[in-house]
Ligand binder design. Structure first.
Ligand SMILES: *[C@@H]1O[C@H](CO)[C@@H](O)[C@H](O)[C@H]1NC(C)=O
Ligand SMILES: *[C@@H]1O[C@H](CO)[C@@H](O)[C@H](O)[C@H]1NC(C)=O
Ligand SMILES: *[C@@H]1O[C@H](CO)[C@@H](O)[C@H](O)[C@H]1NC(C)=O
Ligand SMILES: *[C@@H]1O[C@H](CO)[C@@H](O)[C@H](O)[C@H]1NC(C)=O
Ligand SMILES: *[C@@H]1O[C@H](CO)[C@@H](O)[C@H](O)[C@H]1NC(C)=O
Ligand SMILES: *[C@@H]1O[C@H](CO)[C@@H](O)[C@H](O)[C@H]1NC(C)=O
Ligand SMILES: *[C@@H]1O[C@H](CO)[C@@H](O)[C@H](O)[C@H]1NC(C)=O
Ligand SMILES: *[C@@H]1O[C@H](CO)[C@@H](O)[C@H](O)[C@H]1NC(C)=O
Length: 496
């Protein structure tokens, strides 16, 4: 006979579970009889067919034909290993109750045996078998190591097979099988399931006996990810503001308890079943109120957010606007980037206006790219519909009564392509000089020198509208294939 028990060891917890075992018993017998002469009826056994390890369950054994005035002894057996699990005496027909703290040895075919206590002449009777499946449960965190051992209590020349959810387990880089042990390094949700081991011994190359361990259920908890922390500001009334702090983790088995700390103490905590917690704290504007951190804990792990300073600076002027541009093939301005910046403010809201009409996120000829809190960029394709007067406005995102406006600037194709006044002046000046020189040359004074100068000036004029315009006005840039490049150097062309 082969006796098997299974022992599980979770290395991290040094948890040890001993499973007693399953004995393959073929010839176990209680000297049953089917004799008609018995006046003890057949008892009936009631109870769960499945129980968790460590759970308390109640089995009942009922005698339908309880003999009158006769005390009956009721016993609960596990037929598979011949263990007596409980005993109860019934005098006047009440059911025998058996309260069990479930162990692995309880798995098997249970029977209730009834015996007349003071009458050795009556034959005992046995109920029908009732199968009980015992499920061991081990809860692991992700990344822990798991070792399952299949221990035999008797027998030799044994070979072992492992199954997960009834399927044979094959080795993999993270799953190692050796003889009677199964080792999983860094468990993941793939390792969730019911594990059994099967021990077989052979004699003269034929299976002599086989025994299967009870199921052991492995559950794996996903560790919670480090939470993100952010806050927005809420204006309660004209005097009071609140910080609405959001802590959010992306993964992790639920529920998750979030705790909010400042540098000295726990500020608040809450248990969440959606991996997100919201805390509201009183806030004073323009004052540093320390730092905050969120902790997320789901039992498997405690994860920390970064520290964020709790400081809200309200917006303050001036609000400035400047632009740079993209030049098409014919040297005309085809695209503009308008930048809006505010001198101070931690939670600014930027708004763009054309002809005093608010421009939303995007339209047929424009696109707003917010880069809070530093700036907002308005990308424009220059055309007929983009003509008009532009300005931007900045307010606190939590209080739109604090708006500050920039200068207004009229922009259209003509304005953008018109060379600046000083360029015109230079061109005009050169042109005048040229005429003068030509006149001088016509007069024929200093003939050679005049000719030389003329060549120089003509060359200069040829480059003029491009080079001068570009360097000084910041408008001419090498064409970038129409792509907006937001990292281009900020040019010095703020509006006067
Ligand atoms: C039950 O047993 C008691 C004593 O054992 C006896 O006095 C009584 O008469 C019995 N009753 C019946 C109904 O047999
Ligand atoms: C059964 O026998 C025992 C002693 O053998 C006695 O103490 C008990 O009272 C008896 N019970 C009945 C119900 O006859
Ligand atoms: C071993 O098995 C073979 C057939 O499988 C049989 O002929 C032989 O007698 C067996 N030996 C013993 C020692 O049982
Ligand atoms: C707002 O502030 C005023 C005075 O500072 C105070 O009396 C009032 O209770 C506050 N209201 C709230 C909702 O905190
Ligand atoms: C949450 O805070 C309360 C007190 O504010 C405390 O009693 C409790 O233990 C905390 N819970 C956790 C999970 O930290
Ligand atoms: C932390 O918060 C408590 C109140 O919740 C406050 O009394 C304490 O000053 C704060 N500590 C820091 C460093 O901000
Ligand atoms: C804005 O106003 C100007 C006149 O100041 C007008 O020419 C232009 O078409 C207007 N633009 C839009 C988009 O309304
Ligand atoms: C300011 O915000 C409130 C509520 O969000 C809104 O009702 C109000 O019209 C806004 N005022 C301005 C000037 O935008």
């Amino acid at each position: 006979m082969l006796e098997v028990s299974s022992c599980m060891k979770v290395s991290h917890f040094s948890l040890r579970m001993f499973a007693s075992l399953l004995v393959v018993t073929l010839g176990l017998c209680y000297c049953r009889t089917d004799s008609n002469q018995t006046f003890l009826g057949i008892p009936q056994l009631f109870g769960p067919s499945e129980a968790l390890l460590g759970e308390i369950v109640v089995f009942k054994c009922v005698m339908p034909n309880h003999p009158k005035n006769e005390s009956v002894l009721l016993q609960l057996y596990n037929k598979d290993n011949d263990k007596r699990l409980g005993e109860s005496t019934s005098l006047s027909g009440e059911a025998g109750t058996f309260t069990l703290l479930i162990k692995l040895s309880h798995e098997g075919n249970l029977e209730c045996l009834a015996r007349a206590q003071n009458n050795s002449h009556t034959m005992p009777t046995v109920s029908r078998t009732h199968h009980l499946r015992v499920v061991g449960q081990v809860e692991l965190s992700e990344d822990e190591n798991l070792e399952l051992l299949c221990e035999i209590t008797a027998g030799n020349h044994v070979s072992y097979k492992w199954q997960q959810n009834g399927q044979p387990i094959s080795p993999s880089p993270s799953l190692h099988l050796s003889d009677n042990s199964l080792f999983i390094s860094r468990t993941t949700s793939e390792n969730i399931g019911y594990y059994t081991c099967m021990a077989t011994n052979y004699y003269n190359q034929t299976v002599f006996s086989t025994s299967t361990s009870p199921d052991v259920e492995i559950t794996v908890e996903d560790v919670v990810s480090a939470p993100d922390i952010s806050f927005t500001v809420l204006k309660e009334d004209s005097y009071n503001y609140s910080a609405v702090v959001t802590c959010e983790s992306t993964i992790g088995t639920l529920p998750v308890t979030f705790s909010l700390y400042n540098r000295t103490e726990l500020v608040a905590n809450v248990t969440s079943d959606n991996r997100r917690a919201i805390f509201k704290l009183p806030l004073v504007l323009d004052q540093y109120s320390g730092e905050l951190q969120c902790n997320a804990d789901n039992g498997a792990q405690v994860a920390h957010s970064q520290w964020v300073p709790l400081e809200v600076v309200s917006v303050g002027g001036p609000v400035t606007m400047h632009y740079d541009s993209d030049i098409g093939e014919n040297f005309a301005v085809i695209g503009l980037r308008l930048y809006c910046k505010v001198a101070k403010g931690s939670h600014p809201r930027y708004q763009w206006f054309l002809n005093k009409t608010l421009l939303h996120d995007k339209g047929s000829f424009y696109y707003v790219v917010d880069q809070p809190p530093e700036q907002s960029i308005l990308l424009l394709s220059v055309g007929r519909s983009s003509a008009g007067t532009y300005h931007c406005q900045v307010s606190d995102s939590f209080d739109n009564t604090t708006a500050i406006s920039s200068w207004e600037q009229y922009l259209d194709k003509e304005v953008l392509n018109r060379p600046p006044v000083y360029v015109v002046a230079v061109v005009f000046g050169c042109f005048t000089a040229l005429i003068l020189l030509v006149s001088v040359c016509c007069i024929g004074v200093v003939y050679n020198r005049g000719l030389e100068m003329e060549r120089r000036v003509v060359a200069y004029e040829g480059e003029l509208d491009l080079r001068e315009y570009g360097e000084d006005a910041g408008v001419v840039r090498s064409a970038r294939g129409g792509e907006f490049d937001q990292t281009s150097e900020a040019s010095a062309d703020e509006w006067p």
